[in-house]
Design a protein around this ligand. Structure first.
Ligand SMILES: NC(=O)c1ccc[n+]([C@@H]2O[C@H](COP(=O)([O-])OP(=O)(O)OC[C@H]3O[C@@H](n4cnc5c(N)ncnc54)[C@H](OP(=O)(O)O)[C@@H]3O)[C@@H](O)[C@H]2O)c1
Length: 324
């Protein structure tokens, strides 16, 4: 953690305020995953305030999603705008069913892939360590499934500019990720005897950054803007398993959930200049990517991780890469 306590980090947490989201999402259909609590819920509230016609809350807990829907609609006095759709990113069959449901929508203007897991408990899901399955496999699979509908929306409604926004984190800079040099990186990371669960969440975010960069390099920004946002250190349920020291640090340093959620909105409101970019505080800031990610080793690691992850996803849905 000390490595991220740079002047830039403290400046972001205490002084800089990401801009309050403005503009219009009139007529648009927007998906936000993990929208029952935390940053996703506050982002959904902004999306409804900005006039979106249809807001899909992708959640694994439908009851919590229904409560969030009520709260968001009441606070905006816009009943009936939100829909609660169930999805568990730890299960390929759930993500695939969700993607098939999305494909039947008349349009999808933007998606904020926000749902994420931070846990120090080792468990497997779909044969790999669960944090990686949720934050990397499930999230990328969802992104790939959404691409055809996002592209079709651009074709049908040329005035819109679809966005696929991934919520990552500056903690991607923490892990060393020496495993990238090995074969079968993801199998090694899913070995219970070797997994370093204390840095698993940051590592999962590093893997997510790598696959999003690769995806963005393969998607035409003129069709779908693919970007990633770092919300900063925010109050939310994310550290629910963390101990007292983390709670104290959060109390002192974290920005409010609403302020953090503005950065998610920036992801879907910023133009083509954000394609393939890392955004912090609502601004394109590729220098925020770790020196490893920007290095030649990082580029090699990115190719290896992409190949491994997409081989596994092709097993879950043969031909999925053709969606790009
Ligand atoms: N808070 C921060 O300081 C911070 C900083 C940088 C990045 N982020 C990123 O911001 C995003 C949102 O996190 P948050 O801080 O708002 O945390 P949060 O309050 O814990 O919200 C996480 C959301 O993800 C959902 N989720 C977890 N596992 C899931 C699964 N298997 N399938 C579907 N949904 C699942 C959670 O659902 P349940 O409620 O059912 O568990 C919840 O809705 C995450 O991607 C996180 O990595 C957060």
């Amino acid at each position: 953690m000390p490595s991220i306590l740079t002047t830039g980090f403290l400046y972001s947490q205490f002084i800089f305020r990401p801009a309050y989201p403005k503009g219009t999402l009139d007529g648009q259909t927007i998906l936000i995953t993990g929208a029952n609590v935390g940053l996703g819920l506050e982002a959904a509230r902004h999306v409804v305030r900005l006039g979106a016609s249809r807001v899909i809350l992708g959640v694994r807990n439908v009851k919590a999603g229904e409560q969030a829907k009520q709260e968001i609609e009441n606070s905006n006095s816009r009943p009936g705008v939100c829909e609660v759709w169930e999805v568990d990113l730890a299960s390929y069959s759930s993500v695939l069913a969700f993607g098939d449901r999305i494909s039947k929508l008349p349009r999808l203007d933007s998606a904020i892939l926000n749902a994420g897991l931070a846990t120090q408990t080792f468990e497997l899901a779909e044969g790999y360590e669960r944090t990686i399955t949720v934050n990397v496999f499930g999230t990328l699979l969802m992104g790939l499934l959404l691409l055809p509908k996002l592209k079709a929306t651009k074709a049908d409604y040329p005035e819109t500019h679809p966005h696929l926004t991934f919520v990552v984190s500056e903690v991607h800079r923490i892990p060393d990720f020496e495993e990238w040099k090995e074969d079968n990186i993801l199998q090694i990371l899913s070995d219970k005897n070797k997994a370093q669960m204390d840095i698993r969440y940051p590592l999962s975010k590093l893997l997510e950054v790598l696959v999003v960069l690769e995806l963005a390099g393969r998607v035409r920004g003129s069709e779908v803007i693919v970007n990633m946002v770092n919300p900063g250190f925010c109050h939310s349920q994310l550290g629910r398993e963390a101990g007292f020291a983390f709670g104290v640090m959060k109390f002192i340093l974290a920005r409010s959930t609403e302020v953090g959620s503005r950065t998610l909105l920036a992801g879907i409101l910023t133009g083509l200049e954000s394609h393939g970019s890392y955004m912090s505080d609502g601004l394109v800031e590729n220098t925020g990517l770790s020196s490893f990610v920007r290095s030649s080793d990082g580029a090699k690691a990115r190719t290896k991780v992409w190949n491994e992850v997409t081989t596994i996803l092709e097993g879950a849905r043969p031909g999925i890469l053709q969606n790009i």
